[in-house]
Design a protein around this ligand. Sequence first.
Ligand SMILES: C[S@@+](CC[C@H](N)C(=O)[O-])C[C@H]1O[C@@H](n2cnc3c(N)ncnc32)[C@H](O)[C@@H]1O
Length: 296
Amino acid sequence: MINLRLLVSKIWDRDRTWGAKWKVLTSLIRRKVKNLKRLRIMKKPSTPSFVGWGMTSTHALPWDIESSTDKIGLKFLETENRLLKRLSNGEFVTPSENAFQRMGGWRWRHYFLYWSATLATRFTKSSQCNFLEAGVWEGMTVYFAASALKEETGLTRNYRLFLYDAWDSMKSEYLTTKESRAIGNYSYLSLDRTKANLKEFKEHCEFVKGYIPEIFSQNPAPSELSWLHIDLNSSMPTRKTLEECVPKLLSGGVVVFDDYGWRGFDETKKVADEYFSSKDGILMPLPTGQAIFFKR
Ligand SMILES: C[S@@+](CC[C@H](N)C(=O)[O-])C[C@H]1O[C@@H](n2cnc3c(N)ncnc32)[C@H](O)[C@@H]1O
């Protein structure tokens, strides 16, 4: 909007010649036109297609029902819809607040898990496909991996899920000084609730309750693994899990870290970087804070 009074006051000056007044007027008009042009060429910011888990993006989404041709993305969407249905009808229970509403913001994280599980199932050769998760919580992340595994193996290959968790409070002896803020976390967990949440995969699950690393001496990881997910929020148990499991990882298998790039988990990142520096494979950090190691 042009404020006429202001404009006139800027031009009108008794002592100015008519020529000088004209000059001021034309320079004001030129400035106004330039501003308008600049406004017109500035693009409107695009609406983000995704916001959540520490990221904002305007890019195409592999699970977009309208436009995606990505088969893995669309299968992932079916899985997420199934889980949402279970959350809403009480078949999947978690005390985590608003899990149903927050699911959309977790999508890239869960999609990478689904995708990594698909890749590991397709790229490893074994009569039985074994997945191991260290840090199961209520079973949410493994729900996605197990769904991909079931989808991929179909009736042609047997599969098993080895699920390790304390299902109890985090303890100081497993935490560094920096991580000690986590002492007492997860005291609310219940193995029975996790079992009920994963009942769809019941006959394929082996629940191993206990603290890592001690639990590995009574319950070692299986001799062959295709997929390993580590989400322990602690660096020493992460290192021990790598030492126990990675020698058993088949060629074409993957290790997924949940906490790799998250602020406050730099000790876990250091463990992963050091451990994989001498291993045959490649570690890819992801924008979600996860990282995937691909074994050659
Ligand atoms: C962040 S939660 C895992 C979340 C889960 N992956 C998900 O999103 O569905 C971390 C889990 O690690 C478990 N945990 C932490 N330290 C552990 C240890 N030393 N041994 C066994 N479990 C542990 C906790 O009980 C908790 O369930």
